[in-house]
Structure formats: structure tokens, C-alpha cells
Design a protein around this ligand. Structure first.
Ligand SMILES: [Ca+2]
Length: 180
């Protein structure tokens, strides 16, 4: 009777033991995989699979090539600061005028160019008192054409002199209207 019982339980034990061994092996293998993932050794793609890494990204900029690029950037007919009101005239307390000049520097004119000589003062850092100093912010308002603004955005402006010790930017040539 006892022998009979052993014979009946033996296949179950073998099956149970094999199951435990398989489960243990699976746990160890899984732990090994987890360790490999922790080490960053999985080689997963870091970019979308449909994007070829051999081609550099390209951007295309489409813009008009007409005379309007030489219009003034600040034309008294635009809402520059987005408050719903057309901005007429120079508004240094509300608007920082974009252009080749530093908004917070004072310039002096000589040798056919404006040269920064001091920092501006006042709450907005735009006041240049004394001497023949010009506010950079005001010069931007007066002189910036749309072409100048685009050139500065795209590549920092047109450099007519660019050495280790001197950099001079030149505004776009704007033809004066005939009859004036
Ligand atoms: Ca406005």
C-alpha cells in the first residue's frame, strides 16, 4: 500500500520540481534582463524609427523679395506691443525697438558710424543725457528697416568690418524717395 502511494505521488513530485526549477530559472533570467536594462545596454533607438539619422534637418524659409523689405520697421501704422492700439511715434516706456543698436547703450557719431560710449540711464535704461549722445533704442526706432531686422534675426546683421578687435554693422541701403 505504501509502495503504491509512492508510485502515485512520484510523477506529481517530478512535475512539481520541474515547475519550480523553470520558475526559478525564469526569475534569474528576468533579473539578468533587468540588470542589463539598468546598465543602458539595450540599444533602444533614441529617435523615431522613421527618421533617418543620415540626413541633417533642413528648414526652408519663404519670404518675399520686393521693395517692401526696405520699408521702415516702425511705420506708425502697426500695433507693435499687441495691446490693440496702433503705436504712433516713439514709445520708449512701452516698447523695446529691435535693430542693430543696443537698446540700453548711448552712442556718439564720428567717422561715419555710431559708436557705443556709455550705458543709458533711467528706469528703462534708455536715457542718454549730455553731449552728443544718442539713445540706441531711439536709433533703432529711427533707422531700422525691415531688411535690417531680418538680417539681424538670420545672421546677426551685415558686418562690413569683422576683425578680432572691431565689428561694424551696416544698415541696408534705402533709396530716398525722388522729389524730396
Ligand atoms: Ca500698441
Amino acid at each position: 500500500m505504501a509502495r503504491s502511494t509512492r508510485t502515485n505521488r512520484s510523477p506529481f513530485r517530478v512535475f512539481h520540481t520541474v515547475g519550480l526549477l523553470t520558475a526559478g530559472a525564469a526569475m534569474l533570467f528576468g533579473q539578468h534582463l533587468a540588470t542589463a536594462q539598468d546598465a543602458g545596454d539595450t540599444g533602444l533607438a533614441q529617435t523615431p524609427l522613421f527618421v533617418s539619422e543620415s540626413n541633417p534637418p533642413l528648414n526652408m524659409l519663404v519670404m518675399g523679395r520686393d521693395h517692401k523689405l526696405y520699408y521702415e520697421a516702425y511705420n506708425d501704422a502697426s500695433d507693435l506691443n499687441g495691446d490693440g492700439v496702433i503705436d504712433v511715434g516713439y514709445k520708449p516706456n512701452q516698447i523695446d525697438y529691435y535693430g542693430y543698436f543696443n537698446n540700453n547703450a548711448c552712442y556718439e557719431y564720428g567717422n561715419d558710424k555710431f559708436t557705443p560710449v556709455a550705458a543709458a540711464t533711467g528706469d528703462k535704461k534708455k536715457i542718454c543725457a549730455g553731449g552728443n549722445r544718442w539713445s540706441g533704442d531711439f536709433l533703432n526706432y529711427l533707422t531700422t528697416s525691415r531688411m535690417d531686422a531680418i538680417r539681424r534675426v538670420l545672421y546677426g546683421g551685415t558686418r562690413v568690418i569683422d576683425t578680432a578687435t572691431s565689428t561694424v554693422l551696416q544698415g541696408a541701403y534705402v533709396l530716398a524717395p525722388t522729389g524730396n
